[in-house]
Design a protein around this ligand. Structure first.
Ligand code: ADP
Ligand code: MG
Length: 342
């Protein structure tokens, strides 16, 4: 019997839909990509409005560099980016985005509108894309910066849309993405609303603790211990919680690498090790940790959502974190304080 199907190259429309599914899993993935773009555009202020957990509306406005009218179509074209020129650049990525996939993917599966204006231009321009179908670009009056509006996410991928959770759950995921950026960039003025109600209104600040106070309250922040270490071109700094500030989940643990939120098993392990004997089993420390190191020691191009990275010397970072925390705990009167309490 002959074969019933021949091998065929997929049409661009199908390829784009598949690619969209890889980058954009839920409304929170859209928020992550859009916030990162606004950061990359050197914005000082970003406002986010959400309706129904992002399933009805996601709107973001920034005061960044903007996009000139003639480049607007490229912004929604896949593999088009202003951030990467050649493969070698992959090893020294400075910006958040670099794949040139996000806006193309999002506009493929939603009713998408972008307005943008550069500081040099007197008028802005607008481009609408409905499930991958582009409108003509039209001039429009707007402030310098970029505004993006996404309605009906996954309108043409009904299975994806059906698998979304309740609006409140989806908003929880959005809020988490927002929090990661807000903690990574205290100097950024940020706001978040859901269904017209203000959820976060964060003024720009130079002090991380000020921002932490807005998220966790002053009682929590008073129980944070500052840490700082520098070794072999790597700087580690941030705050870890006094053991009495323990939690039942790891949700209050944040790790940032060169301003980007990351997850890393080995560093997670170092954190657990440092608190071993200080916490009851099943309890987890609070930590806000920042790593700064030359980008040629890191490969961020491991995962499409970029939350996992590969370090040149994982062992070194493990030891740096563990020894920094242990030394700090010994220096502070933590040990005696704890034995006194027992
Ligand atoms: P990437 O960020 O990987 O380059 P995106 O699809 O997210 O890909 O964005 C494509 C391009 O559109 C970016 O390279 C950038 O030039 C432009 N762009 C996107 N969002 C903004 C923004 N908020 N402000 C200025 N330019 C933007
Ligand atoms: Mg991007």
């Amino acid at each position: 019997m002959g074969r019933t199907h021949h091998i065929q190259v997929l049409s661009p429309a199908v390829v784009n839909k598949i690619a969209a599914g890889e980058v954009i899993e839920r409304p929170a993935s859209v928020i992550k990509e859009l916030l990162e773009n606004s950061l990359d555009a050197l914005s000082t202020r970003i406002d986010v409005d959400i309706e129904e957990g992002g399933t009805e509306l996601i709107r973001i406005a920034d005061d960044g560099e903007g996009i000139p009218a003639d480049e607007l179509p490229l912004a929604v074209t896949s593999h088009a980016t202003s951030k990467l020129r050649q493969a070698d650049d992959l090893f020294c990525v400075q910006t958040m985005g670099f794949r040139g996939e996000a806006l193309a993917s999002i506009s493929e599966v939603s009713h998408f509108k972008i307005r943008s204006r550069t500081a040099e231009d007197h008028v802005g321009s607008e481009l609408a894309v409905t499930c991958g179908e582009r409108s003509d670009i039209r001039p429009i009056g707007c402030a310098p910066g970029t505004q993006i509006e996404i309605r009906q996410l996954f309108c043409n991928t009904p299975v994806r849309r059906k698998f979304l959770k309740r609006a409140s759950t989806e908003f929880g995921y959005i809020s988490e993405q927002f929090t990661r950026i807000a903690l990574a960039c205290p100097r950024m003025q940020l706001s978040l609303t859901h269904n017209g109600k203000s959820v976060h209104r964060l003024p720009a600040t130079n002090e991380l603790t000020e921002r932490l106070t807005l998220f966790y309250g002053s009682q929590t922040v008073e129980q944070l211990i500052p840490i700082e270490a520098e070794h072999g071109g790597v700087r580690l700094w941030g705050y870890v919680g006094h053991p009495s500030l323990n939690k039942s989940t790891r949700k209050s643990q944040y790790l940032f690498l060169n301003g980007r939120y990351i997850q890393d098993r080995s560093l997670q392990h170092a954190l657990n090790e440092a608190y071993r004997g200080l916490l009851m089993t099943g309890r987890h420390p609070v930590a806000f940790l920042f790593l700064e190191m030359p980008s040629d020691q890191i490969d961020v191009n491991v995962h499409p959502t970029k939350s996992e990275v590969r370090f040149r010397d994982q062992q070194f970072l493990f030891r740096l974190l563990l020894s920094t925390l242990r030394t700090k705990f010994l220096q502070s009167d933590l040990q005696s304080e704890l034995s006194f309490r027992q």
